[in-house]
Design a protein. Structure first.
Length: 61
């Protein structure tokens, strides 16, 4: 089954948002609630996913 969740985070940065989402998703995965996850963060500099590496607000990989 696939589900989609939309969140509005109160974090100050894209890096913080990514960290929060990774922590939440990894906890759900460890608890056996989900098998896998993906997310997109809509930032001023474009879309950031769980696979992006960030440095100073910019995607570097």
């Amino acid at each position: 089954m696939r589900a989609v969740i939309t969140l509005n985070l109160k974090s100050a940065s894209t890096e913080e948002s990514q960290r929060i989402l990774n922590e939440i998703c990894e906890k759900l995965k460890a608890d056996g609630v989900i098998d896998s996850y993906s997310f997109e963060i809509q930032s001023a500099n474009g879309i950031v996913t769980e696979k992006c590496m960030l440095s100073e607000g910019k995607v570097i990989a």
